[in-house]
Write a protein that binds this ligand. Structure first.
Ligand SMILES: Cc1cc2nc3c(=O)[nH]c(=O)nc-3n(C[C@H](O)[C@H](O)[C@H](O)COP(=O)(O)OP(=O)(O)OC[C@H]3O[C@@H](n4cnc5c(N)ncnc54)[C@H](O)[C@@H]3O)c2cc1C
Length: 492
């Protein structure tokens, strides 16, 4: 009888409860990662994410060797692979982490649980974020989340009695099982070494510029922590990073607490998708499901998705994302809002496109953010950014635009943010936008107001708020002197 540790978005040894439990019960243990071809065919997955996972698994394999264990990789349907393993060596315990993923992984997990039940395999699933299954009372969420995040981390096992396989299957990682070819030219590297380097440089130096650079797509590349892909695939444990950050003796308290707030937001957002999985498929507010239905303009979508809308700051942001696999929060919000308001595109297809471009794709953050930026939650419906004003503010000298849009080389600086006003624009090189951004924003405002007036059910808005919104005021009254809770006050 063996243990099986099934790895998903938890590619690490430290603060890893499934590995810890397996090591403690002394049975031979198979540590398994399954490349699931059907998953990699989905609209929201891509080769750049696979590449990051591959690098992280190769790094994990070395870490496991240091504690006498080994990683096994297999390719196929998880249930079929479990079945094969079980025939070869009976599985007594299957340990894994709870995953809040997309609808496909949710269904896959249900099949695994059903298989375990049918084979009388003891299925043990543990939390790896402050995200709770079943009914969650949002009034109490921050208390339980805080308790979980402050609990002691699980120590790295010093030895795991490993089950040796004929072949470890690491070579399978050389072949990406889909054909999207969506790679980033200069992505962040996966693996623990890169994760530690990124974290240490942030904790020891870059954190002091954190809030100063946070909104700029240029400054934030170094001032933001850049930990997102390591947290998304569990190369680092969120709880461990949070506790390490709390212990930092940094000079600027504002920067430190700004960063800590965002680590809390992580679980706050993932909890939304966990509590209401349809966030990934349908407008979370029932009245707003059809707000943009039957109006999808494919050519606008294609121009947006390749960074060719004709609005330079939008296009430069999109092209940076295509090239690097990362962009800062504000620009993610602006890109999403531009597609939803100015281009009036229903959010699903743009959301999938962005997901495939993010190396750090985390469904639990992504879909709730997408819906918030698209006005489909029924709360703060007008998240409309003026892309020209944003450009002038965050790229006043135009270096960022020039870097990503060489077709604008012939356009003088004073027209760089609005090239459609320049009489000499070579529009065969860089076509102007289909609608002037101001006109498009005005039309969107009118459409939203009119749709809200006609269709918005306020009772449903109340339901969305009570299920998903943060408890800002209540928390402030109850915890005036509690610094940890102050970090949660900024949740939205
Ligand atoms: C439309 C849209 C989609 C997004 N999709 C993703 C996604 O797929 N994966 C992802 O990790 N983040 C996503 N974000 C949130 C945010 O933009 C990124 O987490 C952040 O830019 C990552 O860079 P960083 O690690 O340097 O962040 P930092 O500012 O250093 O923050 C530290 C960590 O806190 C968490 N975090 C930061 N901002 C947020 C936020 N607004 N909400 C929830 N958690 C946050 C992340 O885990 C991040 O790594 C999205 C935001 C928007 C507007």
């Amino acid at each position: 009888m063996i243990n099986l540790v099934w790895l998903k978005r938890d590619i690490r040894v430290s603060d890893h409860r499934p590995l810890y439990e397996a090591a403690n019960n002394g049975k031979p243990t198979l540590i398994l990662y399954v490349i699931e071809p059907d998953y990699w065919q989905l609209e929201d997955t891509s080769k750049r994410q696979f590449q990051f996972i591959k690098e992280s698994l190769l790094s994990l394999s070395k870490q496991l060797q240091c504690i006498g264990a080994s990683l096994t990789v297999r390719k196929g349907d998880v249930v079929e692979i479990l079945e094969k393993v079980h025939l070869h060596a009976a599985i007594s315990n299957l340990y894994c982490h709870q995953e809040t993923g997309n609808p496909w992984t949710y269904e896959r997990d249900k099949r695994v649980i059903a298989w375990c039940k049918s084979k009388q395999v003891n299925y043990q699933e543990y939390q790896q974020q402050a995200v709770f299954r079943g009914h969650v009372n949002r009034d109490k969420w921050h208390h339980v989340a805080e308790k979980w995040l402050q609990a002691a981390v699980f120590p790295t096992p010093t030895h795991i009695h490993t089950l040796l396989q004929h072949h470890n299957g690491l070579k399978l990682l050389d072949v990406y099982p889909a054909d999207d070819n969506n790679e980033a030219r200069t992505p962040q590297q996966g693996g623990l070494e890169a994760a530690n380097k990124t974290r240490d440089s942030f904790f020891h130096h870059r954190i002091n510029e954190y809030l100063y650079g946070i909104s700029s797509p240029v400054k934030s590349t170094t001032s933001s922590s850049r930990l997102s892909p390591y947290l998304a695939y569990g190369v680092l444990s969120l709880r461990q990073v949070l506790q390490q950050a709390q212990a930092l003796p940094v000079t600027s308290k504002r920067n430190k607490s700004g960063f800590l707030s965002r680590l809390y937001w992580h679980s706050h957002f993932v909890q939304k998708l966990e509590s209401e999985p349809r966030y990934a498929e349908q407008a979370v507010h029932n009245s707003l499901i059809d707000m943009r239905a039957n109006e999808f303009n494919e050519s606008c979508y294609l121009r947006w998705s390749s960074g060719d809308t004709g609005v330079p700051f939008i296009d430069a942001c999109m092209r940076m994302l295509i090239q690097t696999g990362w962009i800062n929060f504000r620009m993610r919000a602006m890109l999403m809002a531009y597609s939803s308001y100015h281009l009036w595109l229903d959010w699903q297809k743009p959301a999938a496109r962005l997901a495939t471009l993010f190396v750090d794709y985390e469904p639990g953050i992504h879909y709730p953010q997408v819906q918030m930026q698209s006005g489909t939650t029924g709360i703060n419906p007008f998240r409309i950014y003026n892309p020209v004003t944003q450009g002038l503010k965050y790229d006043p000298d135009g270096h960022f635009i020039r870097r990503y849009i060489p077709e604008l080389d012939h356009v003088p600086d004073n027209y760089l943010h609005t090239p459609w006003l320049y009489a000499g624009l070579k529009d065969d090189l860089y076509a102007p936008p289909e609608k002037h951004p101001d006109d498009a924003a005005k039309i969107a405002r009118e459409k939203i107001s009119s749709f809200y007036k006609q269709h918005l059910d306020k009772g449903e808005t109340g339901r969305v708020i009570s299920t998903h919104a943060s408890r800002k005021r209540a928390t402030r009254r109850r915890n005036k002197s509690n610094t940890m809770s102050k970090n949660q006050l900024k949740l939205f």
